[in-house]
Design a protein around this ligand. Structure first.
Ligand code: ADP
Ligand code: MG
Length: 605
């Protein structure tokens, strides 16, 4: 029997649901024939929540109870929301604090998960109505840039809506599936997604029926709306606001600009007018005005190719996603850069939902999945804090997931029985420049000298991009584990900034890292010598003691103000001048051991 499963594109502006209908997978319409469900929810005291265009109609007259673009709220703190969206018309529930923002509505307090669940429920109802049966599962798409917190909240929303999540799928991967590119033997695919406010580029590789995401990039602050602003600015230079309030004037300019932009997608030139003023705008002029925006999209493509060490000739197909890819100027720029026309047969608004629907159909078991395995990539490196507040990357950015990777660590201090683990995400060398994901501890490590314990830390990222970290002390098998739970710390628009910052600071970061490492090495040696002097200081001649003290003082100074080379040189010198002392101590302890005292006991006094 045919089992019912749907693909859902839970979008910022609009959401869609798609499912197998006969031979193909299609997006499903509502009773009025609309496929796009505006991602807007209106709450009132008396009636159940309105979702979609009816809710959208209340945006102006009841803005405080009408939530739009809730996708931008997932996994965010209140501070981040306020920073990103200057004029939020909502009252946030003070009792929830900063980390879990929730909106006070006429129907009670609603958090982003509940609001997203209302949208998902509406889509599920539509699907059950169209398909005349009950759903067994859904594939829900998320932007490639979504972090763990955002992915987890998307899952939570589905669960709240009573949907079984078969899998979260990256939007670009879904788009490539919609074009059936997986049935090719092999090839490289660029997915170019330019929406209203965000831009994503993904590079996928297909090998023997297996999709793999090689690299992702983008700009969370670039979209079709910027083209509207450019046009509005151009009009503003030729106009004066007259008697209208500035806000109204600006809003009208944007409206005219948006309409003109859309018209230019089907016509060569448009007539713009405002009051007495009018002007003609052709595609060429529009391309000139928008040239900076267009180059930014192409530069991102270039960066993604570079990340994967590929060149434009390696790209076999380009898939277009998002309403803004209807702009001929964009299509032309893409065709020119890649020397190849992009694929555009499928409606760029529906392509993601259709791909998710195809994947859902496979996962629910209506089609053999043997030759259809999708892999994704993690967008930022995952790692662990080590001594000196440095980051050790365990899973580098753009690694294909699911993946498990492990690395051995050890204790830093003698007799250390607890190890604190700090899981971080980002590209920079210092913990302070990365994003903190989680902290946990491994306890009951048997007391040993520094560096003797073996602690294996493994990172596992599952197919949905969720992370579990395990730390295990190998001699006892003592384990500690953490699932990275939503840590509402990241502004997802910061991801591209993080990548840019790591690029800009690569040189400085490397030097900082080598200084920190040199400092650590020096600190360990100084500490070891100091505790040895406390125990066996008597073995030292005054002369020797002075020499060692001298080098330690010079090294201490160098550690605070010199570069890594000088610290290394002085550490070596300290090793040299204390070499004799170390040898004498060894002799002494061996003699003591032979007299029946264990070395360990001696070490501990
Ligand atoms: P999002 O993914 O951000 O929700 P969409 O993919 O729906 O956004 O794209 C919305 C953007 O697409 C808007 O900026 C809109 O102006 C633009 N757009 C839609 N249709 C056209 C068109 N025919 N020509 C140019 N831009 C278009
Ligand atoms: Mg989109």
């Amino acid at each position: 029997m045919h089992r019912l499963a749907v693909g859902i594109d839970l979008g910022t502006t609009n959401s869609l649901v798609a499912a197998r209908c006969g031979a193909g997978v299609e997006t499903l319409p509502d009773e009025k024939g609309d496929h796009l469900l505006p991602s807007v929810v209106h709450y009132s005291a008396a009636e159940p929540a309105l979702v979609g265009s009816e809710a959208k109609a209340r945006l102006i007259d009841d803005s405080a109870n009408t939530v739009s673009s809730v996708k931008r709220f997932l996994g965010k703190s209140l501070t981040e929301l306020r920073r990103q969206n200057r004029h939020l018309p909502y009252e946030f529930d003070a009792a929830r604090g900063d980390t879990a923002p929730a909106i006070v509505t006429a129907a009670g307090v609603k958090d982003p998960v509940q609001i997203s669940a209302d949208i998902l429920r509406k889509l599920a109802e539509r699907a059950e109505h169209c398909l005349k049966g009950s759903l067994e599962g859904a594939v829900i798409t998320v932007p490639a840039y979504f972090n763990d917190a955002q992915r987890q909240q998307t899952r939570d929303a589905a669960q709240l809506a009573g949907l079984k999540v078969l899998r979260l799928l990256n939007e670009p991967t879904a788009a490539a599936v919609a074009y059936g590119l997986d049935s090719n033997d092999q090839g490289k695919v660029i997915v170019f997604d330019l929406g209203g406010g965000t831009f994503d580029v993904s590079l996928l590789s297909l090998q023997k029926g297996v999709f793999e995401v090689l690299a992702t990039g983008g700009d969370t602050n670039l979209g079709g709306d910027d083209f509207d602003h450019i046009l509005a600015d151009w009009m503003r230079t030729q106009l004066s606001p007259g008697t209208e309030p500035v806000a109204v004037f600006n809003a009208r300019l944007l409206q005219i600009a948006n309409a003109a932009k859309h018209q230019l997608s089907s016509e060569d030139e448009v007539e713009l007018s405002y009051g007495e003023w009018s002007a003609c705008l052709n595609r060429e002029k529009f391309a000139t005005l928008a040239s900076e925006l267009i180059s930014r999209t192409i530069n991102t493509c270039r960066r993604v190719l570079r990340d994967a060490s590929l060149s434009v000739e390696d790209v076999d197909n380009i898939v277009l996603v998002g309403g803004s890819t209807r702009m001929p100027v964009i299509r032309e720029a893409i065709a020119e850069f890649f020397a190849k026309a992009p694929l555009s047969d499928i409606d760029p608004d529906k392509v993601v939902a259709i791909g998710a629907g195809i994947q859902a159909d496979v996962l629910i078991g209506n089609k053999s999945a043997d030759n259809f395995l999708l892999l994704d990539v993690n967008p930022l490196s995952l790692g662990i804090e080590t001594m000196g507040e440095l980051v050790e990357k365990i899973i580098p950015r753009n690694t294909t997931i699911p993946i498990v990777k492990a690395q051995e660590f050890t204790t830093f201090k003698d007799g250390q029985t607890v190890m604190s683990l700090h899981v971080v995400q980002g590209e920079r060398e210092l913990v302070a420049d990365c994003r903190s994901l989680a902290r946990f501890e491994l306890r009951d490590i048997p007391a040993m000298v520094a560096g003797a314990a073996k602690i294996r830390v493994s990172f596992q990222v599952d197919a949905d991009g969720l992370l579990s970290v395990t730390a295990e002390e190998l001699s006892t098998g003592k384990k500690s584990e953490i699932q990275v739970k939503p840590s509402y710390g990241l502004d997802s628009s910061v991801i591209s900034e993080m990548l840019q910052a790591s690029h800009d600071n690569a040189q400085v970061d490397m030097e900082v890292r080598s200084i920190r490492e040199a400092q650590l090495e020096a600190r360990q040696l100084i500490d070891a010598i100091s505790s040895a002097r406390d125990v066996d200081g008597a073995l030292l001649s005054e002369n020797e003691s002075d020499r060692i003290g001298n080098v330690i003082r010079k090294l201490e100074t160098a550690m605070t103000e010199a570069g890594s080379n000088q610290i290394h040189a002085l550490t070596e010198e300290l090793n040299r001048v204390s070499g004799n002392f170390a040898a004498q101590r060894m002799d002494l302890h061996i003699r003591e051991a032979l007299r029946g005292e264990s070395i360990g006991n001696v070490e501990e006094t």
